[in-house]
Every structure is written in C-alpha cells, then in structure tokens.
Design a protein around this ligand. Structure first.
Ligand code: GAL
Length: 326
C-alpha cells in the first residue's frame, strides 16, 4: 500500500468512526452548521432518504430581503452534524398579498412515483388567508418552485405538520380554527393536493405531530398561544381515524414544554432500539434568527408519552440508541 493510499484509508476509517459513533445533541444551545452559522430551520421537518436526513425549515437569518420568504435545507447522517445544502425556497410574494405574507412550517415529502419533492408550507397574510402553499423540485435541495396555494379540503389551515406512516402513506396535519381542532388528511397520489380527511381531532392544538410506535399512533400539539410556549399535549389511537384518547400533558404543565413548541416527532429505527425524538422550537419572536431547537428523546410506550427535562443526549442513528447525559 502506498503512503497516499494508507492515509486515504485512515481518513476514511476516521470518517466512518465519526459517523458511526453516537453524537451529542444539546437542546437550547446554538447549533452550528458546517459553515459555522446557526442553523436556520425553524418550524421544521425532517425526511430520511437512504442514510441521509434532510432538515427543512424557516430561514430567518438576520438581514434577509424582507419582501421574500426563505426556506433552508440541511443534511446529516447522524442528526448532529448538519451541512447547509441550499436556501431551497426564496419566495417573493407569488400572489400579490403584500409585504405581510408569511411562509411558515415548511414540510417536504418525496413522491417516489413522480420522483418529485413536494413542499407544503403555511401560506398566509395577516394569518387570515389560512392556506397551504405547495412548491416542487426535482432534487431534494432545490430550487423549489411555487405551484399553488389553497385551503386543504376547503378548510382553514394554519400550522401544518407532516406524517409519513410505516407503509409510506403521506399525511398533512393542519390546524382548523373554525372546527376547533386539527385534521389528519391524506395527500393525493402525486402529493400535489390534499385528498381525503382521515380524521378531525377536535382539540384546539397546533404544531401537530404524529408518530407510530409499537402499534399505537401518538399525536401531539401545542395550545394556540402564538410564540409563547404552553403545555403541549398528546393523545393515542390504534388507527389514524381514531377514536383518539383524551389529551394529556407531555411534561409538567408549569414547565410549558420547557420553553418550546412542537414541530415534529422523529422516529429513529436502529438495529437495537427505536427512539422517538421530540423536535420543538424555542421561539425568540423579537430575534427570530436566534430561535433555538429543543430536541429530546421521549419516554414512550403503552399509551404514554413523556418529554423529559432537557439535557444533553447522544443519539446513535445506526443502533437507534439514545442516552441522556446525567
Ligand atoms: C404560532 C405558530 C407559529 C407562528 C406564530 C405566529 O402559534 O405555531 O408557527 O405562526 O404562531 O404568531
């Protein structure tokens, strides 16, 4: 073996070592990307393609053009080290709504039939239009082109969430203020529209998230208190159609979800364990670019879900094991 090949092998081994080892996640701290910049993926969602996780979210970097709305995408193989991929959506008011239009909580679905990446977003002006926007791309990291906006199933829609079931079926979760609840709705075959209401859960919750764990669906969400944290709650059901149990606190109510608001439940299925990570946003409404992320492995099973007090933890995406540091 030449010295160059030897060195290359060493580098490769070191890299594999880094990826394979459990990585530390520090809830609430500034999370730097590969460029050394605080990750901008607020109100976000994660999809896994092959062995890579892609995290999409609101890019609220200070000083961005205020007439546009931005979504950024990051990739990672270990959920801790994130590479900035692209500002995948740079949207300049596609429907002449005026400067107060908002794009929030983007969620991307990959459609294996059409081979398109389909982004849903909360698309609004003055929080009164209550629609979703849809944008598509041929590649995961953009650029995404705006396609249309609509009220899913004709209903008002503000916060959205995404759920992909174990069989690959794709659902949009959306909060419906007049109905005092949130919908779990199936996307059409091409994902470009919302086809069927699977369930309207009559609990006034937003930031909706769902996970399927050991034969039970767990749905959780936050109360409607804007940027202010509140006690997030969960319920369970054996099928998405329900019936859903009563909603219970995921943490002591006085902790207000440890200052965060739900955006997704991420299931990490490994060779030894399955870990469910609560992904929450710690919003800073006056300095949005500095908003933080609270991710924590939840205690889950037998119809119960508990968000432990945030502490540093490690996650090994290969074994699926998470360890909360003492
Ligand atoms: C929250 C919502 C956020 C954002 C905010 C605006 O309730 O979860 O995504 O819309 O209100 O006040």
């Amino acid at each position: 073996m030449t010295i160059t090949k030897y060195l290359a092998a060493l580098v490769l081994l070191a890299a594999v070592g880094v990826w394979a080892a459990a990585q530390t996640i520090k809830p609430g701290e500034i999370w730097l990307d590969n460029r050394g910049q605080h990750i901008q993926a607020h109100g976000g969602g994660i999809i896994k393609l092959g062995d890579t996780y892609y995290w999409f979210g609101e890019d609220r970097t200070q000083g961005l053009d205020p007439s546009k709305k931005f979504v950024s995408c990051y990739s990672s193989k270990d959920l801790a080290n994130w590479t900035f991929r692209n500002q995948v959506l740079k949207l300049s008011d596609p429907e002449n709504l005026g400067r107060r239009f908002v794009v929030e909580r983007p969620k991307v679905f990959y459609n294996a039939k059409t081979k398109k990446y389909v982004m849903y977003m909360h698309f609004d002006v003055n929080y009164a239009l209550a629609r979703v926007g849809v944008a598509t791309s041929d590649t995961v990291d953009g650029d995404y082109k705006f396609v249309t906006s609509f009220r899913p199933l004709g209903q008002e829609s503000r916060d959205i969430g995404q759920f992909i079931d174990d069989d690959g079926s794709a659902y949009l979760i959306f909060e419906d203020r007049p109905a005092k609840g949130f919908h779990i709705a199936k996307l059409s075959d091409d994902y470009l529209t919302v086809e069927k209401d699977v369930c309207l859960i009559r609990a006034p919750l937003e930031g909706g998230a769902i996970v399927h764990y050991k034969g039970l669906y767990y749905a959780l969400g936050s109360a409607l208190t804007g940027w202010k944290p509140n006690p997030n709650k969960y319920a369970t059901a054996t099928s998405l159609e329900g019936p859903w149990s009563e909603f219970k606190d995921i943490a002591p109510p006085e902790a207000n979800t440890y200052g965060s608001q739900s955006t997704m439940l991420l299931k990490v299925v490994g060779t030894k364990a399955t870990t469910v990570i609560f992904m929450g946003d710690m919003w800073k409404p006056q300095t949005q670019w500095d908003s933080r992320y609270l991710w924590m492995p939840v205690e889950i099973g037998d119809g119960k879900l508990r968000l432990p007090e945030p502490k540093e933890f490690t996650i090994d995406v290969v074994t699926g094991e998470a360890v909360i540091k003492k």
